[in-house]
Ligand binder design. Structure first.
Ligand SMILES: Cc1cc2nc3c(=O)[nH]c(=O)nc-3n(C[C@H](O)[C@H](O)[C@H](O)COP(=O)(O)O)c2cc1C
Length: 424
């Protein structure tokens, strides 16, 4: 269930006899790799204790809307922003009514109202409550607004009645949630991604490199897999595990990275170059460790291959996305790169002291991105790199599909056939 790996899932638990099943749901979500925070209604607290959810989620449970401490840390807006998806399970009849009315009368309903993320509900109630026209109307209205309805199942109920109203089993809820993250927009496509830094050997123990952590590239690899792509990830030396279902090629130097890309570019529909490839390498890597007996040491550097420019020149049919980390004049440099290398898209981010909305370092968990393409742009505000990757993939897909449509309209063949592509 890779789609849920590293996802932030906010679980709302309401006052239903099925509330105890939500503890198993938390466990299964975490097994699938998700990070889970729990919001309980007052009613839920009559059925299960917050301690249960704190123990299974590993985080304090959120209960009160008007809580000065929570506002300073994880208040309703913070929670709404934190979540990649919200699931209310079990969802009581009363909660469905509050949601349908757009109430913000308790923490959970307020978070649901404030969130712009996918929202799912797994109702659980007596079968006559479920079939009551009031509930039927509420549920219809929620579905019309795009809220995902999971269940309920039919069967014998806690009260002895038989019929629809039982909460769906936690494993089914996890599967339906995972489906939310499988867009399928890249099904049948192959995405080649470079990530991380490169190391350029000075001698057997020293090298030139940079602070790239590889997190953005790895997050994009994961998001592309979620979107249905086959993903090949060419990674410099980083301390990250490859996301599931990603084919990882490990390299050290820029020349190795260029060779690895060249060996696989024939398979790619989309090439995303997030790696911070060293521009220069020592002209001669010394075979033995350099001794410190000289007061000055001069290293001669020579230029490394420009991997992205090479791909675009020799494989014009591949949709190429470049990354630009700049300390100043972000837009000007990003647009210049777009133009000079004839790329389809450049994703730019500010680094260094001018990066006011991040900590300005390569390795940070968060980032804010500006995306430029010929004639357009998009801004993705500060978020975790995993969240940004999931926002960026649809932007890339939309431009990729538009290019195909335009080319089809002009009768151009966009993708070179495999055999006719020259090697870079
Ligand atoms: C023993 C008991 C069991 C209940 N089970 C359910 C239930 O399964 N589903 C439901 O919608 N309401 C059920 N209710 C009613 C809700 O707890 C009540 O409507 C409550 O106000 C819901 O609050 P909440 O939605 O804020 O959690 C039950 C009430 C009691 C006393």
């Amino acid at each position: 269930m890779t789609q849920l790996a590293n996802k932030h899932i906010l679980l709302g638990v309401t006052g239903s006899i099925a509330a105890y099943k939500a503890a198993d749901l938390v466990r299964r979500l975490r097994e699938a790799g998700a990070e889970v925070r729990v919001v309980m209604t007052e009613g839920a607290g009559e059925f299960v204790t917050p301690m249960t959810f704190q123990a299974v989620s590993g985080h304090p449970v959120h209960q009160d809307l008007l809580d000065a401490d929570a506002e300073a840390a994880m208040g309703h807006i913070e929670l709404a922003r934190w979540a990649d998806a919200i699931i209310v399970a079990p969802a009581s009849a009363d909660f469905l009514a509050r949601l349908a009315q757009g109430r913000a009368s308790d923490l959970l309903s307020t978070v649901c109202l404030a969130a712009e993320r996918p929202l799912a509900v797994a109702p659980a109630m007596n079968t006559h409550m479920w079939t009551n026209p009031a509930t039927v109307d509420n549920v219809r209205s929620l579905q019309q607004r795009g809220i995902l309805l999971i269940g309920p199942d039919e069967g014998e109920q806690a009260c002895g009645d038989v019929g629809a109203g039982r909460m769906s089993p936690p494993e089914q809820i996890v599967t339906r949630l995972a489906d939310l993250f499988s867009t399928g927009s890249l099904t049948g496509k192959t995405v080649l991604i470079t990530a991380g830094p490169t190391r350029e050997a000075i001698d057997p123990v020293r090298y030139l490199s940079n602070h790239s952590s590889g997190k953005m590239g790895f997050s994009l690899a994961e998001a592309a897999v979620e979107a249905g792509a086959r993903v090949i990830l060419v990674s410099g030396p980083v301390n990250l595990a490859a996301p599931a279902h990603v084919e990882r090629l490990e390299v050290i130097s820029a020349q190795q990275m260029a060779a690895a890309v060249a060996s696989r570019i024939d398979e790619a529909d989309i090439f995303i170059a997030t790696a911070a490839v060293a521009d220069y390498r020592p002209s001669r890597a010394r075979p033995e460790k350099i001794k410190k007996d000289q007061s000055h040491l001069t290293l001669e550097l020579e230029k490394n291959p420009d991997i992205l420019a090479g791909v675009k020149q020799q494989h014009p049919g591949v949709f190429c996305v470049g990354f630009a980390a700049e300390t100043t004049d972000l837009e000007r440099y990003a647009r210049a790169k777009l133009e000079a290398k004839q790329l389809e898209m450049v994703v730019a981010n500010q680094v260094g002291p001018a990066a006011t909305d991040t900590d300005g370092t390569f390795g940070s968990e968060t980032n804010a991105l500006q995306v430029f393409w010929p004639g357009g742009e998009a801004h993705l505000p500060l978020a975790s790199k995993a969240q940004l990757a999931r926002q960026l993939i649809p932007v890339i897909v939309s431009r990729y599909e538009q290019r195909d449509r335009t080319a089809a309209g002009k009768g151009k063949i966009v993708k070179l056939n495999q055999a006719s592509r020259p090697k870079i």
